[in-house]
Design a protein around this ligand. Structure first.
Ligand SMILES: Nc1ncnc2c1ncn2[C@@H]1O[C@H](COP(=O)(O)OP(=O)(O)OP(=O)(O)O)[C@@H](O)[C@H]1O
Length: 242
């Protein structure tokens, strides 16, 4: 469903993403892990077609984000880092706007909006101004927007950031419900939620993949579990940054 082919992006002299390749199949929920500045968001933004790679390509259900951009984006749901834009809209207005961008018919639109409001649990704030919502609710409005067109592939940049424990659990449950029909790529800094949410994990460091396996297999490599494996794989870049 999702294929990254030797994806690369530099900012000036700095290689943010350095030849990243992997394939994600239906039913896979991939935890995309790495220290600050490792290249996670840059990779996700290239997958979403927000920035162009210097080299490589991304196929979404067989469609290139470069040469078949519209078809590719039709099959992709993307939750960017941070809050959604359009702070002056209400969630319902934002979702109508997103539905129009996806060319949904009026009947499809209304059904889809009802579905994602329920899934993201935002009914109680649906008529308030987005700019006045808490960080967690804004995150959930963004998540609702990414799910509206029922995409094959979901790219979620820190979807549980800013959520309280109850809402984190609700988002994990939603991801688990959607997982069998989709390929889902999730970045997170919360390693404890990886085994609960993901059936595969990739660690990226200085723009390159340094580990790819199940959360259990990565955790079993060290007595301290996933956290110790993560630190060992990425400590060189931490000391470089210091
Ligand atoms: N628009 C940009 N211009 C210049 N440098 C950038 C830009 N976007 C990202 N970078 C740099 O590219 C590198 C990778 O950044 P990226 O945001 O992809 O990392 P990340 O793994 O998502 O980090 P974090 O966990 O902190 O969100 C960093 O060194 C960052 O400073």
């Amino acid at each position: 469903m999702l294929e990254l082919k030797q994806l690369a992006k530099s900012f000036g002299e700095h290689k943010a993403v350095d030849s990243v390749s992997f394939t994600l199949n239906k039913g896979e929920v991939l935890g995309f892990l790495g220290p600050n500045g490792a290249g996670k968001s840059t990779t996700m933004r290239m997958v979403a077609g927000v920035i162009e790679p210097d080299r490589g390509d991304v196929l979404i259900s067989g469609n290139s984000v470069i040469s078949q951009r519209r078809e590719a984006q039709r099959r992709l749901g993307y939750l960017p880092e941070g809050a959604p834009l359009y702070r002056d809209m209400t969630p319902v207005e934002f979702l109508k706007f997103m539905a129009a961008a996806h060319d949904l018919t009026r009947a499809e639109r209304n059904a889809a909006i009802d579905r994602v409001i329920a899934d993201a649990r935002i009914a109680n704030v649906a008529s308030r101004r987005i700019g006045n919502l808490s960080k967690g609710y804004r995150r959930r409005v963004g998540l609702a927007g990414s799910l509206l067109h029922d995409p094959d592939v979901l790219v979620l940049d820190e979807p549980t950031d800013g959520l309280d424990p109850i809402q984190k659990r609700a988002v994990r449950a939603l991801i688990a419900r959607m997982a069998p029909e989709k390929a889902i790529l999730i970045s997170t800094h919360t390693l404890e939620e990886v085994p609960a949410m993901c059936n595969r994990a990739i660690v990226i460091d200085r723009g390159r993949i340094v580990a790819d396996g199940t959360p259990e297999s990565l955790a079993s490599q060290n007595p301290g579990g996933l956290e110790e494996t993560f630190i060992k794989l990425t400590e060189a870049s931490e000391s470089e940054a210091a």
